[in-house]
Design a protein around this ligand. Structure first.
Ligand SMILES: Nc1ncnc2c1ncn2[C@@H]1O[C@H](COP(=O)(O)OP(=O)(O)OP(=O)(O)O)[C@@H](O)[C@H]1O
Ligand SMILES: [Mg+2]
Length: 258
């Protein structure tokens, strides 16, 4: 398929002066077209580094990282990247931030205006067209960032802890929004999170990484219905997935003292 992701035997090191830091160690991971994969792993294990390779920000690595069968050497609107902190232009209005992609591509207004208006509404941003980023809440700013990425109709969506800075309720709403957008847009999605609940709630598969240098410790298919509601957290299956992932991250049951 055009938008599958194939990561094969990828290793990556950074050198800081004399010191070489091994960050990714023979990582292999396939994401099928339209699949939603969450990556969880300890801080510093190379999650962002891996996502940047997929996006095409960084080409200095060993192994192979293909999106849609191609090795990319630069980022593209077709591989939408959502950062943890909303990367908005402070001097542009909400509307101008959202429509940046098609305007920069020189598309005629008629080609994107209706879609931009629809996305404003999907993101419940109606009435904020002329507001500037400093006038938005964290959740609103993150929805502007998401709309700015979605207007380009990316075939892959790469999200790096996008809700890490949001409060619990806003986070739940954003999770539901992204889950349904993922189904509607049929994007291949890689979503990085520290939050095991978020991973089990959203993913088709959860990939657990080791401490640095990051390796794939486990790749767990989440056999829960699509478009999960928060009720799913009460199911036994949900609890089992969560326990399994936490245990892989080193938070297993404490050993009994003898
Ligand atoms: N450009 C860089 N130059 C040198 N070292 C880097 C660079 N980018 C990342 N690193 C190092 O690579 C390691 C992995 O970083 P990365 O940002 O991928 O971790 P992460 O898993 O995303 O962590 P977190 O969960 O805290 O975001 C870290 O030790 C970091 O210091
Ligand atoms: Mg990171």
């Amino acid at each position: 398929m055009a938008n599958d992701i194939r990561i094969t035997d990828v290793s990556k090191s950074f050198s800081n002066g004399d010191e070489v830091i091994d960050v990714l160690d023979h990582v292999s991971l396939d994401v099928e077209a339209g699949e939603f994969v969450c990556i969880v792993g300890p801080s510093g294990c190379g999650k962002t580094t891996l996502l940047k390779l997929i996006a095409g920000f960084d080409t200095a690595y060993e192994g192979e990282c293909l999106v849609g069968g191609q090795r990319h050497s630069s980022p593209s609107p077709d591989r939408g990247f959502v950062f943890q902190k909303p990367a908005l232009f402070p001097w542009y209005s909400v509307w101008d931030n959202i429509t940046l992609g098609p305007r920069a591509a020189g598309k005629a207004t008629a080609q994107w205006k209706a879609e931009a208006a629809r996305l404003m509404s999907v993101m419940t941003l109606d009435g904020f067209e002329t507001s500037f980023p400093y006038q938005l809440s964290g959740g609103m700013a993150q929805r502007v960032q998401l709309a700015r990425v979605l207007i380009n109709q990316p075939s892959a969506l790469l999200m790096d802890e996008p809700f890490g800075a949001l409060d619990y309720l806003t986070r739940l709403r954003m999770q539901q929004l992204v889950s349904s957008l993922h189904v509607d847009y049929s994007m291949t999605t890689v979503f990085i999170t520290h939050d095991v609940d978020e991973a089990v709630l959203m993913a088709d598969r959860v990939v657990v990484m080791s401490t640095r240098p990051g390796r794939v410790l486990a790749d767990i298919r989440i056999e829960l219905p699509k478009r999960r509601s928060v009720d799913v957290v009460r199911s036994a299956q949900y609890g089992e997935y969560k326990t399994q992932i936490l245990s892989l991250l080193g938070f297993g049951e404490p050993e009994m003292e003898h």
